[in-house]
Design a protein around this ligand. Structure first.
Ligand code: DHK
Length: 152
């Protein structure tokens, strides 16, 4: 029997992602966080994955959620949002769980302000998807499914 951890991908979203659809739609688009969750759920179902989709504005909560993935999940897809460029603690938490991590940004952070371009999360991620809109989440789940398949 397969363990629950084998196909569970935790999709984490950092601060202000609850404002998707309202916040700077010219950059982030009109899709809401609920739309992104629905996209992830649909994509995961097609890929035979389970997902646990979450958003928080709190750095501590995000770190606790990462820690809870150890032994429970097979991989993490994360849009760290504003914590991307600031949180060594988040990077350390991601390292501590020893799981594949894929980083997602809706916008192309490399075309934006310089302060957005350094990511601590990228230091520990298998890969990064940036600038492809909310569709980047579906791409990340597809890449994660391939990664997990290769692991077995
Ligand atoms: C989302 C944010 O909230 C910003 O802090 C990042 C990222 C970019 C995104 O493109 O999804 O700089």
């Amino acid at each position: 029997m397969s363990s629950p951890a084998q196909n569970l991908v935790v999709v984490l979203n950092g601060p202000n992602m609850n404002m998707l659809g309202l916040r700077q739609p010219q950059l982030y688009g009109r899709a809401t966080i609920d739309d992104v969750e629905a996209l992830c759920a649909e994509t995961a179902e097609q890929l035979g994955l389970s997902i646990d989709f979450r958003q928080t504005n709190s750095e501590g909560e995000l770190i606790s959620w990462v820690q809870e993935c150890r032994g429970r999940a097979a991989g993490i897809v994360i849009n760290p949002a504003g914590f991307t460029t600031t949180s060594i603690a988040l990077m350390d938490a991601l390292l501590s769980v020893e799981l594949p991590v894929i980083e997602v940004h809706i916008t192309n952070i490399h075309r934006r302000e310089e302060f957005r371009q350094h990511s601590y999360v990228s230091k520990v991620a298998v890969g990064v998807i940036a600038g492809l809109g909310v569709g980047g989440y579906a791409l990340a789940l597809t890449a994660m499914a391939d990664l997990l398949e290769d692991q077995t």
